[in-house]
Structure formats: structure tokens, C-alpha cells
Design a protein around this ligand. Structure first.
Ligand SMILES: Cc1ncc(COP(=O)(O)O)c(C=O)c1O
Length: 366
């Protein structure tokens, strides 16, 4: 059931889509005779990989060569592909605890055991990660991580934490998959460099992301940045399902440089919405509610006091036409019912304010 004030779904605000500009680029793609044929190149054609590599080089402040990129149908596909490539049924994939709920679902579809490793404000708990790597030695094939503006907590791993994670991945010879969906969506200072840049040997971190949160999710267009050896392995498991029309359209949009201005607009709107939600919570939330203070991304993470469960709050909010997400859904192993995730990216600002006011009114009923 969809409720009017949706603080649950992690979708972008579609008013951000530059429809006119995309239409013009689409005409250009057709006029040039591209965008209509089967892929042809499993990795993505060079004329697509080059502008994507240039965009990543600019936006990540890291050198991304086109031959270290493969073009894929979105980040979810990247997670699935990495898991299928490295893991056999029964192997172990380590994830942050909590983590992106849909990633857990996807990983389990590969019949792997998904094990949560605690995390804090600075990133994944490195001691706990090392213990898990030792405990499941020989079975851990992948570490799935969201270092920047994590879903669902909004946390951003420090540079030292990223360096530690990359070091452990190399030491235990395990691939870390960096989900960089929110890396470029900061509201103030940029986050530390991508985890991938801390992988000194270049063989233990692959990065995946997409245009979903910066341009339009229905394009289903993303990438994996990894060493050429890893790209070769991934290609062996790739289903060649990348939408060619989207790829050519995104390539032209990126080559024009318009993506840089678009990113600024997206960041500015996210910052406004973040500030709006924070102000509304400060004004209306009961004293006992605890919430995170992210510097980027889509989400706030709320903690409830003992005696009030997220399930109860979810119901009370729904009675006021507000949907929120129970935090317990974001865990690989069952967890307490004391947390909630709020997404403030999708709703227009007036609805966002009313949604938070209604949510807080629901909380005050406890
Ligand atoms: C952490 C994370 N990864 C991936 C996705 C989805 O990515 P894509 O649309 O590129 O498949 C989302 C949100 O929808 C997300 O929050």
C-alpha cells in the first residue's frame, strides 16, 4: 500500500531529471545511427566507456582508465555480477551491519551465506571484520561495503577506515565490492576518496555505481571500475543485458559536460531537503528520539528508546498516511526492533515538511 507521505522509499526526486536536455541528446543518438543495435561489445563500447571514465575521473578525483570500466545495467546488477563471479553456493559474503536491504536479498539469490559485521560512525569495525575473515577463512569470497553515505545509516567511513579495509582485503586475499551509489552526493565537504583508491595493488577492490541517483534510475545504466584482470573475470559471468540506448544517451550527456552541472543541482536539492528535515525534526520530534546527522546521501537513521518498537511506530505513522522503513529489515541476521530509516530524497519539500510533522505527531502518541 502506498502512502501519501513516503519517507520509506529510497528513490530520487524526478523533478531533477533534465528531460529537455535528455530528449535533445536522444535525437542526436538516433541521428548518428547509434543506440539501436545489440550491444556488440560485452564490456561496453569505447565511445561509452571513455566519457564515463572522464566523468568518474573528475567526480571521484581519481584516475579511471576506460579499459578498467565495464558498463552494466545499474549497481544492483554490479552486486549480483560480482557475487556470481566470485562465490559458489555456501560461500560467505561479509556485509556491514546494517546494510542496504536489497543487497542482502540479491546476495542470497546466489545461495551464499551473508554475514553481518558491525559498523560505527567511522565505517566498518575493522577488528570485527578481521575476526570474521579468520572465522570464515577459506569461505569468504566478497566484502560488500557502502563507505560513503551508507544506506541505511548515512555514515561515511573515514580515510583511515578505508585504508584499513583495503589492507585487510589484500591481506586475506578477498575482493571488496565498493557500492559508490552516494559517493558524489555530499552536501558540504566531499567524503574521503573512494575505497578503490586505497587498494594499492589494485586487485582487491572493485567499485560499482550508476546514474540512478544523479540522472534517472530508469536508464538502468551503471559501471564497475576494477583492474583489467577483474573486468575479464566479470565479463565471463556478464549476461550482456546492458541497455544500449541508455548507454549511448548517457555517454553523450556525459561527453557534453552537462552531467557536472546536473550533479551540482542534485547536491543542492539534497542539501536543502536535508536541512529542511533536520529543522522539522528539531522543532517537532519528542526529546527521546535520536537521529543521525549525515553529510551526504538520502537517509536518516533513527533510534527509539527501550519500550517503543519500530513496528509500532511504523503502524502509528501509517495511520497518519506516512511510511517509514523499519531498520530491522536492513540486517542480514535478525536484529532488535528499535531503529528506523527515513529517506528524504524523493518527496517535494512541502510534503517532506508535512510528512515529518505527521511522523512526529505519531511519535508523540507513545
Ligand atoms: C546502496 C545502494 N546501492 C544500490 C542502489 C540501487 O542502484 P541502481 O539503481 O544503480 O541499481 C541503491 C538504491 O536504490 C542503494 O541505496
Amino acid at each position: 500500500m502506498s502512502l501519501k507521505f513516503d519517507l520509506n522509499t529510497g528513490y530520487p526526486d524526478l523533478s531533477l531529471v533534465p528531460r529537455g536536455r535528455l530528449l535533445e541528446h536522444l535525437e542526436g543518438v538516433f541521428e548518428s545511427g547509434r543506440g539501436m543495435q545489440y550491444t556488440g561489445a560485452l564490456q561496453g563500447v569505447a565511445s561509452v566507456r571513455e566519457p564515463v571514465a572522464d566523468f568518474l575521473t573528475r567526480s571521484l578525483s581519481a584516475h579511471v582508465p576506460p579499459d578498467e570500466l565495464m558498463i552494466i545495467p545499474g549497481t544492483l546488477y554490479g552486486i549480483d555480477l560480482a557475487c556470481r563471479t566470485v562465490a559458489q553456493p555456501g560461500d560467505v559474503v561479509l556485509v556491514e551491519e546494517p546494510t542496504f536491504f536489497f543487497a542482502v536479498h540479491l546476495l542470497k539469490m546466489s545461495h551464499v551465506e551473508v554475514i553481518g559485521v558491525p559498523m560505527g560512525a567511522d565505517g566498518i569495525d575493522l577488528d570485527a571484520l578481521e575476526s570474521a575473515l579468520k572465522r570464515y577463512a577459506g569461505r569468504v569470497r566478497l566484502i560488500y561495503t557502502i563507505p560513503s553515505y551508507h544506506n541505511p545509516t548515512g555514515n561515511c567511513a573515514t580515510a583511515a577506515n578505508r585504508a584499513g579495509l583495503a589492507r585487510l582485503a589484500a591481506q586475506y586475499d578477498v575482493l571488496a565490492l565498493e557500492d559508490a551509489t552516494y559517493q558524489v552526493l555530499y552536501y558540504g565537504d566531499p567524503p574521503p576518496p573512494a575505497l578503490k583508491t586505497f587498494d594499492l595493488g589494485g586487485e582487491h577492490v572493485a567499485l560499482t555505481a550508476s546514474v540512478s541517483k544523479i540522472l534517472m534510475p530508469s536508464l538502468r545504466l551503471g559501471w564497475i571500475w576494477a583492474s583489467t584482470a577483474w573486468i575479464k573475470r566479470f565479463l565471463g559471468y556478464h549476461t550482456n543485458s546492458t541497455p544500449v540506448l541508455s548507454a549511448d544517451l548517457v555517454a553523450d550527456y556525459m561527453a557534453s559536460g552537462e552531467i557536472d552541472g546536473q550533479l551540482e543541482v542534485v547536491r543542492a536539492m539534497l542539501k536543502r531537503k536535508h536541512d529542511t528535515v533536520m529543522a522539522a525534526l528539531r522543532e517537532h520530534a519528542p526529546d527521546w528520539l535520536m537521529w543521525s546527522a549525515p553529510n551526504g546521501g538520502y537517509f536518516l537513521w533513527l533510534r527509539l528508546p527501550e519500550g517503543i518498537t519500530a513496528s509500532e511506530v511504523e503502524q502509528a505513522a501509517a495511520a497518519r498516511d506516512v511510511s517509514v522503513m523499519r531498520g530491522s529489515l536492513s540486517y542480514a541476521q535478525p536484529k532488535d526492533d528499535q531503529t528506523l530509516r527515513l529517506c528524504f530524497a524523493m518527496l517535494p519539500e512541502p510534503d517532506l515538511i508535512e510528512g515529518i510533522e505527521r511522523f512526529c505527531a505519531a511519535l508523540k502518541g507513545f
